[in-house]
Design a protein around this ligand. Structure first.
Ligand SMILES: Nc1ncnc2c1ncn2[C@@H]1O[C@H](COP(=O)(O)OP(=O)(O)OP(=O)(O)O)[C@@H](O)[C@H]1O
Ligand SMILES: [Mg+2]
Length: 674
């Protein structure tokens, strides 16, 4: 068969794949509905979940408790870690085990009742989450996955070998919860189903509240770009630890429910494979999407049990038996195989999951195209052309005004405090192995200046920014912000101290909206953490309200107010640069570092940018600008420093620097050249 004919044969498959991957009626329908309709749907679903099981046999009720109910609960918990914060955890079952064993020990050895053991089981699981997270969360991606996998196994092996935990026999005689509002617990499945349901509702409410708060935004920022998140003031480590702790507490709760229902547990209840199933449910349903995760877990929990007793299931089992040469009695023995097949199918046909989150869908749309900066630019321009203009008609009028005109009268919506000398570098040297990227560089930036840094490629300009913002720790020298030394501080602390930056190669959070990007910056000045968001404390509510207003006004200020609901990656290139500036200003800096903000802009966009930088300075913010465009630099800067091979070769007013022989030789070539 030739290559061409293979491609032809695969064409229908590819078309099918495309059709399946773009169908998303459920989420679209949901997004279009009013609050009242959404509430009605939720009430109907709740009524169904409460009353329908009453009509079922005890056997089915039992399945609805386990696997279905507990899979949903565990998947929701894992989704906080994997879906929201993007931390791949392959050992999630460990927390479920910790919750179950804590319950077992407290009730059988210390004589506690099941209800008394409940908060402790949750707390101990949470502590286990923090203990695992503390030392390991500095790892990323695959490394973290391997460590969590190991942790899951360690917990199981400890249970297997510890005499206190009953070794392989486990712990028996765990009491059922005492009666609760008249419900008989004992061994009947239905009360436990309701218990799981209540826990699920609680977890969903928790998930929704966290997602809509500073915490949720921090998690999605970490997921999108951890370094950029840190540079925007997100305490990435603390926030990741919270994700682990919250996820683990849900696991612990599930463990408590399980142990108090079955009344005996042993290490076989907590195999590695269990973690994989729960992860599969999350991926299958749609990482980060609450309805998706619930649907995924229900499917994975219920379908094999359903097929066990019906003719179709027997038929499939028989076919698989002949195909593989096995002799399975029921389809549940082929569970692993079928989950594997289902996951492969989902990954091929619908990688974003059954009911995807918006962020995840956007992420994968991007992955399908070329990667890297160039691709992002191309994509954004393409998207710019078609659907937007068609979508909202009022844009036609707005598009005629340039962003600069649109923003002309917007005021900088935040207050700035700064000392006379905002930023000072004293003899800063930065070496990478043998490469000296900066050598004894001293500069002093005064309040209200636009301070330019120029020099040939590789001169050390970006390195200077990276040293100031805490991404690199300089080999030697001092860096002072408003008179305070910040050498050795983590980037989020430097941001809090009053430094904000943009990146040479734009680093927005591409798959969230422009507004949410700016909100992450605004959040740097706020304090709400998990408890505040969970309980809707007054400070949280105030910060959300004020923060949103500020973020909207900042978007107006940089001239992209009407883009606030667009995903950052869908903005045209020039607007992405503006958005990055707005996000940086949102952190409330006293000095703003701009790394080649005009790169890739056309002359009219550059003119707009000059206007914007001037307005920023006039509002009292100090600006440090790295730029190659000499016209722009000469036009806008009050003071210039020239770097060459890591050394500062000149500093002064633009007119002086332009005529300096060393600068001409190293960088400019001929006087006045652009
Ligand atoms: N993380 C790193 N590890 C090793 N070397 C580095 C690192 N970062 C920068 N360098 C080196 O430091 C030198 C200065 O790089 P830097 O990115 O600061 O240049 P630049 O002035 O910003 O150049 P450009 O105009 O091209 O952006 C280069 O030789 C570069 O290779
Ligand atoms: Mg650079």
């Amino acid at each position: 068969m030739t290559g061409a004919s293979v491609r032809e044969r695969l064409a229908p498959l590819r078309a099918l794949r495309h059709r399946i991957s773009v169908i998303d009626p459920a989420s679209r329908w949901w997004a279009r509905q009013s609050k009242a309709v959404q509430a009605a749907v939720i009430v109907a679903a709740a009524a169904f979940a409460i009353f329908y099981p009453l009509t079922l046999s005890q056997g089915t009720q039992s399945i609805l408790f386990f696997p279905v109910g507990l899979y949903v609960l565990l998947a929701l918990g894992l989704n906080i870690v994997v879906g929201a914060a993007g931390l791949l955890d392959l050992g999630y079952v460990a927390f479920y085990a910790v919750g179950a064993y804590t319950t077992a020990l407290l009730t059988t050895k210390s004589g506690w009742t099941a209800w008394e053991a409940l908060p402790v089981a949750i707390l101990v699981a949470m502590i286990a989450g923090v203990m695992l997270g503390g030392p390991t969360l500095r790892l990323r991606g695959d490394y973290l996955a391997i460590v969590t996998l190991g942790f899951g196994e360690i917990v199981r092996i400890v249970a297997q070998n510890s005499t206190a935990l009953g070794q392989a026999r486990g712990i028996t005689g765990i009491p059922h919860p005492g009666n609760f509002f008249g419900a008989e617990f004992k061994l009947l499945p239905l009360p436990y189903y309701y218990l799981a349901l209540a826990a699920i509702v609680l977890t969903v409410v928790m998930g929704v509240r966290l997602n809509r708060s500073r915490v949720g935004r921090a998690w999605s920022a970490i997921r999108e770009d951890e370094d950029a998140a840190e540079a925007m003031g997100v305490h990435t480590f603390t926030m990741k630890l919270w994700a682990f702790a919250v996820g683990a507490s849900t696991g612990g709760l599930a463990g408590w429910i399980y142990a108090s229902k079955v009344s005996f547990i042993n290490p076989d209840n907590f195999p590695f494979f269990f973690s994989v199933i729960i992860l599969a449910a999350v991926v299958l349903g749609g990482m980060g999407s609450l309805p998706g995760v619930i649907a995924g877990a229900v499917a994975i929990g219920y379908i094999p049990e359903y097929l066990r007793d019906v003719a179709a299931g027997e038929w499939i089992t028989a076919r698989l038996n002949t195909l593989i040469g096995g002799n399975a009695g029921t389809i549940t023995e082929y569970r692993v195989l079928l989950f594997g097949a289902a996951l492969v199918a989902i990954m091929v046909f619908r990688p974003q999951g059954l009911i995807p989150s918006r962020q995840r869908a956007a992420e994968l749309a991007e992955a399908g195209e070329t990667t890297g900066m160039a691709a992002a630019v191309v994509v954004s321009h393409e998207v710019e052309e078609e659907p937007r203009e068609a979508a909202d008609a009022e844009d036609a009028g707005a598009a005629a005004t340039s962003p600069e005109e649109e923003a002309a009268d917007a005021e900088l919506p935040i207050e700035i405090e700064a000392a006379q000398t905002v930023l000072e570098l004293r003899d800063v040297t930065m070496e990478f192995g043998g490469v000296v990227a900066m050598k004894d560089v001293s500069v002093s930036v005064r309040r209200g200046q636009i301070f330019g840094i120029i020099g040939p490629n590789g001169a050390g300009k970006t390195t200077l920014f990276n040293c100031v913002t805490g991404i690199f720790r300089p080999t030697s020298g001092e860096i002072l912000i408003n008179g305070k030394s910040i050498v050795g501080w983590r980037p989020h602390r430097v941001t809090e101290a009053g430094v904000a930056r943009t990146f040479q190669n734009i680093r927005l959070f591409p798959n969230v909206t422009a507004l949410e990007n700016v909100l992450v910056g605004v959040d740097a000045r706020h304090q709400t953490s998990v408890p505040g968001a969970l309980f809707g404390l007054p400070r949280h509510r105030r910060e959300e309200r004020v923060g949103r207003e500020e973020a909207e006004r900042l978007l107006e200020y940089v001239g992209i107010g009407r883009r606030s609901g667009d995903l950052a990656r869908n903005l045209p290139y020039g607007d992405q640069r503006r958005l990055e500036i707005a996000r940086a200003i949102a952190t409330g800096p006293s000095v703003l570092l701009l790394d080649e903000p005009a790169a890739g802009m056309n002359p009219s966009e550059k003119n707009d940018l000059i206007g914007l930088i001037r307005r920023i300075r006039d509002s009292g913010l100090t600006v440090v600008l790295i730029e190659h465009d000499m016209r722009l630099v000469m036009d806008v800067c009050d003071q210039l420093a020239v770097l060459d091979f890591g050394e500062k070769i000149a500093e002064g007013r633009p007119a002086e620097v332009r005529t300096d022989p060393r600068v001409i030789e190293a960088y400019l070539g001929a006087p006045g050249a652009a």
